[in-house]
Design a protein around this ligand. Structure first.
Ligand code: NDP
Length: 495
């Protein structure tokens, strides 16, 4: 692999031919000088060539992060850390358009979504900037006459491994609390989408974080990610991605008893009772599963609907789905862009086929859009599958694409049983006008996040994370902040 390849026939030259990692405040190549190509799913073009790091580079980053942790960073007050995060937030906002364009081109998400996400990244930094000097200890009345108090201390070097579906936003959920708590970090972006992570590490330096506080190592998960998970110099690993990868990380982290937080897959239910505002549900809910082309761990990918309103819900939901605007991510009117890759699209199309073989009926979508203007990109139609039962694979496994299944129920008890009938427990929604039923159902669903009469349950200020196979630990809010600290108890003998 070379740093500066010639343009391929018919392809324009790569605009970003040699993007490097950021280690110890410097832009560096991988130890062995290799690179990898980053392809846009919008038209299959290579849009960047990025340093391909390895275990040696993780070592290098851990040394730089440790040096920063023990050095200047250690002497900073929490207030100064918070102020720097606030400056970082401002810089991210100043570069919102640039970062949004990068994210949209790299991942295929609509520019309107990318703009919203980068704004949300800035908000997260601001939130943790404000929180930085508000993490306090306790004084504890112990049974002896001494003085007992606790300190909340940073863990040290933390590893942050993130996926490609919301590349910078999911990184911010980890960077914000990690840095606010006084840790230093090594961020490993997904190989599909490393561009915004590299750029934001440069902005962090510009904001005033000392070199080595935020490092970015790019390269294959099985090498770079695995080295982070196993590294004895890293005290915590925070991961978002596939459940099977999370299990590997947990095993690797056992070596030095790392703290681990995992935000994994989901198969979230959207439970619709007959007394709900069905029209509103149908108008709003396509976005709960088709946004980001369905590549969302919170996607409400199972509609569990009371049988008496099943036909009406399917009809209205299908009509709303037909109106979802699939198109060029650069067009501000586009609501759904491409999948992250052509390979990922194949996986989703396979699932649609499996769902049909199992007895599901495609009500809308199910294939590749016919529009010739979309022929070059990894586009796929938003898809609704009816006549699905809970044991089917299409109702159990995370498709991670714009596919929703519809499953009927007869009683509240059955609705809850179906909602809980997957190995996952990340998110979900309940639609009803009966407040008692809403709260009973929200409490009975085994998942970390639930919304009632709406589909949005994620807020920078509130805890987010999974039950069961959807993960452990919480992101966002003060729960995440505390998870990047460790508690020290100090007892002073006053006798
Ligand atoms: P992965 O879980 O493999 O990737 C997520 C991150 O982990 C990436 O940065 C990846 O690096 C890294 N990684 C991969 N293998 C390891 C490892 N052994 N140790 C440490 N880190 C590792 O997800 P994929 O990108 O492969 O997507 C596969 C499926 O996972 C999707 O189809 C979807 O179902 C699910 N998924 C779920 C997400 C969620 O938010 N719940 C997010 C993304 C995917 P690299 O990119 O270099 O491989």
């Amino acid at each position: 692999m070379t740093a500066q390849p010639p343009a391929q026939a018919g392809q324009p030259a790569i605009r970003r031919p040699a993007l490097k990692m950021v280690i110890g405040g410097k832009q560096v190549s991988g130890a062995d000088g290799r690179t990898f190509d980053v392809v846009s799913p919008v038209d299959g073009r290579v849009i960047a060539r990025v340093a391909r790091g390895g275990a040696e580079d993780v070592d290098r980053a851990v040394r730089a992060a440790r040096q920063a942790f023990d050095g200047e960073w250690h002497t900073w007050s929490q207030t100064r850390r918070g102020q720097t995060l606030a400056r970082f937030a401002t810089l991210i906002r100043d570069h919102l358009e640039e970062l949004a364009q990068l994210e949209s081109e790299n991942m295929g998400k609509p520019i309107s979504s990318a703009r919203w996400e980068i704004g949300a990244v800035a908000n997260v930094m601001e939130y943790y900037g404000g929180a930085a000097n508000k993490l306090m200890g306790e004084t504890i009345p112990v049974s002896k006459p001494g003085f007992d108090f606790t300190l909340r201390e940073p863990i040290g070097v933390v590893g942050l491994i993130v996926p490609w579906n919301f590349p910078l936003m999911l990184a911010s959920w980890k960077m914000g609390p990690a840095l606010a708590a006084g840790n230093t970090a090594i961020l490993k972006p997904a190989s599909y989408t490393p561009l915004t992570a590299i750029r934001v590490a440069e902005l962090a330096l510009e904001a005033g974080f000392p070199p080595g506080v935020l490092n970015v190592v790019t390269g294959p998960g099985a090498i770079v990610g695995a080295a982070i998970a196993a590294h004895p110099g890293i005290g915590k690993v925070a991961f978002t991605g596939e459940t099977a990868t999370g299990q590997e990380i947990m095993r690797a982290a056992a070596g030095n008893i790392k703290k681990v937080s995992l935000e994994l897959g989901g198969k979230s239910p959207n439970v619709v009772f007959a007394d709900a505002d069905i029209e509103r549900f149908a108008a709003e809910s396509p976005y709960s599963v088709f946004d980001n082309c369905g590549q969302d761990c919170c996607a409400r990918s199972r509609i569990i609907v009371e049988r008496s309103v099943h036909d009406k819900v399917v009809e209205l939901f299908a009509a709303a789905t037909r109106k979802v605007k699939v198109g060029d991510p650069a067009d501000p009117a586009t609501e759904v862009g491409t999948m992250v890759s052509f390979q990922q699209r194949e996986t989703v199309l396979d699932y649609v086929r499996i769902g049909q073989e199992e007895g599901g009926r495609v009500v809308v979508g199910g294939g590749i859009p016919a529009d010739p203007a979309l022929a070059k990109g990894a586009y796929i139609e938003p898809t609704v599958l009816d006549r699905v039962t809970s044991p089917m694979r299409i109702a159990q496994e995370e498709v991670f694409g714009p596919v929703v299944v519809v499953i009927p129920f007869d009683t509240e008890e059955e609705a809850v049983r179906l909602a809980n009938d997957t190995p996952y427990g990340l998110s979900g929604s309940v639609w009803t006008r009966d407040i008692g039923k809403a709260i009973r159902t929200a409490k009975a669903i085994q998942s970390g996040v639930i919304s009632v009469n709406c589909n949005s349950s994620v807020h920078a200020e509130a805890p987010f994370g999974g039950y069961k196979m959807s993960g452990t630990g919480r992101e966002n809010g003060m729960h995440a902040f505390e998870s990047y600290t460790q508690v020290k108890n100090v007892y002073v003998d006053l006798s």
